[in-house]
Ligand binder design. Sequence first.
Ligand code: FAD
Length: 468
Amino acid sequence: MKKAILWFRKDLRLSDNPALNEAARTHQLLPIYIKSNPDRSNIYQTPGEASSFWLQQSLINLNEQMDHRIHVIDGDPDKIITALCLQYQIQYVFCNRTYEPWQDNFDKQLETDLAKKNIAFKQFENSRLLNKKLIPKTKQGNHYKVFTPFYKNYLSSLDHHFQPPVSQPKNINWLTIKIDNLTQANYQPWQKKLLSHWQIGEKAAQNHWLDFLENNLQSYHLSRDYPAKENTSKIAPYLHWGEISAKQLYADLQTVPNSEGKEQFIRSLIWREFNLNLLNDFNCFHFQNWQKKFDHFPWQADRELFNLWKQGKTGYPMVDAGMRELWQTGFMHNRVRMITASFLVKNLLIDWRLGQAWFWNCLLAADIANNSANWQWVAGCGADAAPFFRIFNPVTQAEKFDPTGDYIRNYLPEIAKLPTKYLFKPWQAPKEILEQADIQLGVNYPRPIVDLSLSRQNALNAYQQLSK
Ligand SMILES: Cc1cc2nc3c(=O)[nH]c(=O)nc-3n(C[C@H](O)[C@H](O)[C@H](O)COP(=O)(O)OP(=O)(O)OC[C@H]3O[C@@H](n4cnc5c(N)ncnc54)[C@H](O)[C@@H]3O)c2cc1C
């Protein structure tokens, strides 16, 4: 049997793994994962702290599935692969594609370099619902820049061209090298906290997904906007690291009856596809405004306000609860992401790229396409963005989407005793109510760091300057 390297990247799973399936048919496999950071000036070339932690746990799980055979190596992929090929007389490298803006060029270069050494580089599509060639385009042959027509055409393409996922190969012939370079680390307190919220790995991803399918999908459209209901799938980190494939999700969705929940969920998955296309078309998406006119936006570089936002100490409970959820769990509910992001960009006038970088560090599923597209969407500078004048009001949003206050109370125990009427705006509570709830504003819970209507007006003025 010929020997090949199986290079895991954002596909930390054995089922529906096209590179593995193809390679396992005719090759003995040396599985590897390479931790590399070619450009240290670009933070997006390395996962943030939370996401790195997920990666490490996921590799530990994958390694166990493979009876401790995966080589995890730090360094330059070209040098590592060449050295391994030489050491084990290997002439093939199999991997699945990833979608970072620099990856295609990097892979092309690698393929050329390896070819010179008689090593074949074989790459497969990985984490998208449809293969690249089948993604619908406009009449002019471009990617869609507006979501709704893209969504409609994508659905129809899925109807015609969806290729079902492939199951795990029955026989995988690993090169019989057992190594132990992956061990459970001594966890930091924040990592232990994350572990108390999540089960990580391929098996966990499957169980987590099936549980959602059975218990929450039907009502997804009704409750996905209410953070206290915890009704969304929380599949994002599994999808990001490829512990489950998007195709697997879509195929499983075909086995359950049609419902509004299902329709809405598929729509969410297609947002992910849309953002991947945007990133493909504009590979500076993670640091440049899609709409050039925003290049002149008068952002305020206020470190102090930015730090208060990061710590969840803005004095606006919905914003603070969201930022604490992010810090404690590595996740934040989508509705609350929009509220916290809007607050940063519009009420504090702080550049969306700073917020994006904080999310990058704290989100378990920090993802270049989704993070950039959504930050630009909220900031109003993206492709199919919310208009700039749409400024989320954290008080009315909380009244609407956390009407019982359960979400806020969960993450802000210091104000949990406030009656719901004042929970969303503690500064309006009478003195005696604050006393009864053991709250001293400015001492154990902050006063609002900006005035909502004044800051809203400032944002609108800044934007109008831009439009002139
Ligand atoms: C400011 C901001 C930053 C974000 N950063 C990220 C990020 O780094 N990584 C990330 O995966 N998502 C990001 N999102 C999108 C969205 O918030 C998350 O995908 C979602 O909350 C993940 O939770 P879930 O898996 O329970 O989602 P569900 O509601 O169960 O949706 C299922 C899947 O559909 C996709 N999806 C849902 N909503 C969106 C969306 N708006 N855009 C793109 N895909 C979507 C995701 O893959 C998600 O896992 C961001 C949103 C905002 C507003």
